[in-house]
Design a protein around this ligand. Sequence first.
Ligand SMILES: C[S@@+](CC[C@H](N)C(=O)[O-])C[C@H]1O[C@@H](n2cnc3c(N)ncnc32)[C@H](O)[C@@H]1O
Length: 219
Amino acid sequence: MRSAYGDFFNHDDEADGYDRLVQNDQDPIRTGYRDVLRWVIQEARIDATSRVLELGSGTGNLSALIGACSELVCVDLSERMEAIAKPKLTHLARRRFIKADILEVFSFEVGRFDSVISSYAVHHLTPDEKHRLFHCLPTVLVSGSRAVFGDLMLQNAEERGTKIEEYLAKRDRSTAEAIGEEFFWQLDSTVTELTKLGFEVSSKRFSHLSYGLVATWQG
Ligand SMILES: C[S@@+](CC[C@H](N)C(=O)[O-])C[C@H]1O[C@@H](n2cnc3c(N)ncnc32)[C@H](O)[C@@H]1O
């Protein structure tokens, strides 16, 4: 299965300027970016024996923070983002890039992972597609292993409405449109859903628009 908007959110056209854009901490979408990435890696508890799956790997800024692992599998639709990622990740000897949709990869023979990591990618999936992703995670995790996400998230639907109003009032139309048109996670329902599936969940807020979330598989 492929996500409905994968082709639209494929970052091939944004690749050249991406690493400059994410440095702009004044942009509400980017605020806390580096802290979020560092936190994801810290919470993923990766060591030299870990097999790691990264969803929406982009220009490699997240996996560049991994010190060592036994194998890293990166998934993204954008070859141009991957071309920028590759030279940053030469310290990770066993690394494989799969050009695929985040949802599609679960139907491939990729094996089991000690950690699944992802930053600023899953908000490109619709709520139903996130639901499908959460159902797929146990098929690649081992008991006690973690999926760690850092992404654009809001507490719930009410906060989504409030934030759109807030940014419109500040004449920041681009942030208001991003909240309205992309699929920022809704934390409350996500925690409920993951807990029902058998994950232990914790979260941390990083900015007005971003959270980190750890889902530990109890199965
Ligand atoms: C905002 S960038 C984030 C990149 C990187 N993880 C980071 O933190 O900087 C989103 C990435 O997800 C990829 N992407 C978007 N939708 C996707 C999908 N459905 N399947 C695979 N990759 C996707 C884009 O091509 C892009 O590289």
